[in-house]
Design a protein around this ligand. Structure first.
Ligand SMILES: [Cu+2]
Length: 180
């Protein structure tokens, strides 16, 4: 955690949304400051990375896993890499891609993480790259927020509030393209 101070500052700036009261324990030890200049869709800057519109899909009761999505833009001159995902509501986090196996779309963990090439935008979305929250300890409820810790090789670590949307969020035509 090389950029721990940076990460801490961003935690304070980024955590404007409250998680639910149920069973979240101690994940809100810090002061929350509202960023006046935040646009409607939340964008967090971490080093050379812009992290936009993080959300998770609500899960049905007893669902073992949940999915998380966001858009990551690397404005720098060097590649970075998303290497770890953690959240208090899941036993562990993974970074997944979708791959075709014969006729079947399967998801597969990326053991080396997800590269964010210099100057490029990577969109994590349903049907593509996504964050996977394994061994969920509680359902993800629509309208609530879950805090997810993302670690990048170069940019460091940040806690991001993920809005929990409908179970099928992002499946239809309502995806905002953030490319270019
Ligand atoms: Cu997955």
């Amino acid at each position: 955690m090389k950029r721990f101070l940076t990460a801490l500052a961003l935690v304070a700036l980024g955590t404007t949304a409250q998680a639910s009261d149920m069973d979240h324990g101690s994940n809100h030890g810090m002061d929350h400051e509202t960023m006046a200049e935040q646009p409607m869709a939340m964008t967090t800057t971490l080093g050379d990375l812009a992290l936009e519109a993080p959300y998770a899909r609500a899960t049905l009761p007893n669902a073992p896993v949940g999915g998380g999505f966001l858009t990551i833009t690397n404005t720098g001159d060097t590649p970075d890499r998303l290497t770890a995902v953690e959240t208090s509501v899941a036993g562990r986090g993974e970074i997944h891609e979708m791959v075709m196996k014969g006729d079947v779309m399967m998801m597969s963990a990326l053991p080396d993480g997800l590269e964010i090439p210099a100057g490029e935008t990577i969109v994590l979305k349903p049907g593509g790259y996504h964050l996977m929250f394994m061994d969920l300890k509680e359902p993800l409820s629509e309208g609530e927020t879950v805090t997810v810790t993302l670690t990048f090789e170069t940019a460091g670590t940040v806690d991001l509030p993920f809005d929990i949307r409908a179970v099928n969020a992002g499946a239809g035509g309502h995806s905002h393209m953030k490319m270019d």
